[in-house]
Design a protein around this ligand. Sequence first.
Ligand code: F6P
Length: 371
Amino acid sequence: MTKERIGILTGGGDCAGLNPAIKWAVKTAMDKRLESERGVQYEVIGIKNGWNGLMFEDGVDPKAGDYITDLDEQIVRTWDRYGGTMLGTSRTNPYNPKNDRSRLVLENIEKLKLDALIAIGGDDTLGVADRVTREGVNVVGIPKTIDKDMVETEYTLGFETAVNVITEEVDRLRTTAGSHRRIFVVETMGRHTGWLALEGGESCGAYIILIPECDFSIKKVNDLLLEGRKAGNRYEILLVAEGAKPSGGTEFVRQDGVDAFGHKMLGGIGEFLAGEINKGTGVETRSVVLSHLQRGGAPCAYDRRMGRYFGIAAVDLIVTRDFGKMVCFRDGEITSCPLDQVVGRTNYVDVDKNYDVERYSGRRTIFRYRE
Ligand code: F6P
């Protein structure tokens, strides 16, 4: 029987759903029944800490140096219950223009005798996956990001768990907000897109939702809040994505500089807005930044299931030698699309279709915009 070796890595920001995908990729690849059907015996190794796991120097033992680890069905048996990634992750960019180490990655893929590589990540990680594909490496991708901003797929791992966190945390805030008759501004993640704020806000019933795709007027936010008070609201919850900004303003940056992929660290809009609301309405306003809580914790049922399906589908692509693809979820089906159609593109919220620009909230019509 032919023997082949698969490597698997997780890159970029962690989230819930990565471990279920790893588990099911390993179980599917090493399944004994499927093995005899395929006539190929797969071995799977874990690459640690994203692309960094493939950046060990000559003379370094990758196992002892904490770059790779063995995986098998017993090792991954319980992983689907846990958040984060058991393989570790990093925002390492081997093609960083300031320090291009991509040769090392390609040489190490050869050294490790990898016949195929599964990369689980967002646009950055899969951007690297696309580049190594063009260098002749057999890669398949699995989409993950709580921002749900990738194109060609209606789901990215981690999103639904993050929406659950938002819903639970806002439920908690409601009691204290109501007791004190306060306004709470809750800042969510979402660098370029507002899916998380929007769907999180729809799930928790936020009064106002502000997203990067629609610049907002502070005066209008305050008018809406006062309108709510007049109508009898005891308190209001306002959700704002970290990338949202007031009209004529710029996004709020938490820290100077950029990461290896050129991203700024955003944050601060929630606190700023709470100040403006305090001033503009005279109502006591507080802000809360949900930050990495949204990426933490055990995967919800949906992320466990989608991680499972994506992991299985990734191995299917390897078995059929359909490389250079990303597994995706479209129209209720697990399917795939070329990596080069995904990378560098962003799935923005369609404001006309999904957002109410008058109320700064989720849509109130469903069928009117259906083609
Ligand atoms: O993965 C995307 C994201 O969740 C963004 O919404 C956010 O800006 C970023 O991660 C923060 O990542 P970190 O602080 O881990 O670098």
